[in-house]
Design a protein around this ligand. Structure first.
Ligand SMILES: Cc1cc2nc3c(=O)[nH]c(=O)nc-3n(C[C@H](O)[C@H](O)[C@H](O)COP(=O)(O)O)c2cc1C
Length: 392
């Protein structure tokens, strides 16, 4: 995957470093193209060192190769991303002016284009800028932001560039193959809370990171996601249909309600297994509680089993011993098609961590071990596995 990252002379230019790093982290090859003016605000050397490639600023500078740079460079690019985009560069794009490297590359380019404008409110709302943006949108150029927020001048208003993470996510989604287009997933994530009283809960250390990573990867591959999430501190993935719940009972109800709409279910949540028999509406004095009487919460996988039909059901199985054997047993007894087993006794991975190590098992006894990886990487491996099953 290759992205041409166009950078123009907005004060938001310092954010292009985070955009560049974010794209590189996703395994994208990035060629930076700067306007001459942007080089007054940020050193091209910084971008050259991070990208490992010479930055293009001037089409006429002496080079070793004799090909026509603006044609060659666009040939194998999957996306032209311009972030930040000034009112000036947007105006040039909209009017076919090609008087520097970036505007010439825009005209020569046949890949999709994503523009992240950044400018003062008055420049953004100027009718000329608005017309230019409309013109570009009408020929299929995509825009992200700008948003309301604090501007470089210290004022508040519309014109603030979208944040680098959002820009990187949108860019990645634009260049990824849409292998899950038309497929709809229900993903559950996070822990659930069972209330003892208004200030005390029964829960577990699940962070929701695995489920959120799976939802994001499905969206990147063009699939649709209903994400049913327990309480987490995570930013919900853009484009997912998010349903926030608190208790296991609520999660179960939402799963049942939405099951009909999807092709596959991934149960990556860690619902609390027990709840207090009585949940108090007033805060209890600690002296008044001697012991807690608990009862089982509903088993969501059991509920799915009865209604699953032809849907692919993927469950997680947290084990501390005989991981593969125990996970297989759980897969069969709960009617899952695939089980993702992890050994939660291993320190530093799994619950709450960014890292995980899982073993993916299906009913045909295919077993895939991932090794220790970031949860985002694990999500890709799980979805590659699921994708193959959905296409069979
Ligand atoms: C410090 C500074 C900050 C600027 N910030 C912006 C900005 O955020 N957005 C914008 O459209 N223009 C901004 N400008 C004006 C542009 O830099 C100016 O229009 C320039 O000619 C655009 O050149 P370029 O599009 O080739 O980079 C800024 C100028 C300066 C000096």
């Amino acid at each position: 995957m290759k992205v041409l990252l166009g950078i123009s002379s907005s004060i938001a230019v310092f954010k292009s470093i985070d955009i560049l790093r974010g794209l590189l982290k996703e395994g994208v090859e990035v060629q930076c193209v700067m306007t001459k003016n942007s080089a007054h605000l940020i050193s091209p050397l910084t971008l050259e060192i991070i990208s490992g490639k010479r930055v293009i600023i001037d089409l006429f500078e002496k080079r070793e190769r004799s090909d026509i740079l603006h044609i060659e460079i666009t040939k194998d690019a999957d996306l032209l991303l311009v972030a930040p985009a000034t009112a000036n560069i947007i105006a040039k794009f909209a009017n076919g002016i090609a008087d520097d490297a970036l505007s010439t590359i825009f005209l020569a380019s046949r890949s999709p284009v994503l523009i992240a404008p950044a400018m003062h409110t008055q420049m953004y709302l100027h009718p000329v800028t608005q017309k230019n943006i409309e013109k570009l949108k009408s020929i299929g150029v995509e825009f992200i932001g700008p948003y309301e927020g604090e501007l470089a001048s210290g004022e508040r208003g519309i014109g603030r560039m979208a944040e680098p993470e959002e820009i990187v996510e949108k860019a990645v989604r634009m260049i990824m193959k849409k292998t899950l287009k038309g497929k709809k997933f229900l993903v559950t994530a996070g822990p659930t809370y069972e209330r003892i009283d208004p200030v005390r809960i029964i829960t577990n250390p699940s962070s929701g990171k695995m489920g959120y990573a799976l939802a994001e990867e499905i969206l990147r591959r063009g699939g649709d996601v209903i994400l049913i999430s327990g309480p987490t501190h995570l930013q919900p993935p853009i484009g997912a249909d998010i349903i926030m719940v608190e208790s296991t009972e609520e999660m179960k109800n939402e799963v049942i309600k939405n099951l009909e709409k999807v092709d596959a279910v991934i149960m990556a949540s860690a619902p609390a297994d027990f709840k207090p028999k009585i949940s108090l509406s007033q805060k209890a004095k600690k002296e008044s509680i001697q012991y807690l009487e608990l009862e089982r919460t509903p088993d969501i996988l059991e509920e799915i089993k009865e209604r699953k039909g032809k849907k692919l059901v993927v469950g997680f199985s947290a084990e501390t011993s005989d991981v593969v054997e125990n996970a297989k047993k759980k897969m069969i007894s709960k009617g899952m098609d695939v089980v993702v087993a992890n050994d939660v006794s291993k320190k530093g991975i799994g619950f709450g961590s960014d890292l995980n190590e899982v073993i993916i098992i299906d009913r045909e006894e295919r077993i895939l071990s991932t090794g220790i990886k970031r949860k985002k990487e694990i999500a890709k491996i799980i979805l590659d596995f699921i994708e193959k099953k959905l296409s069979n």
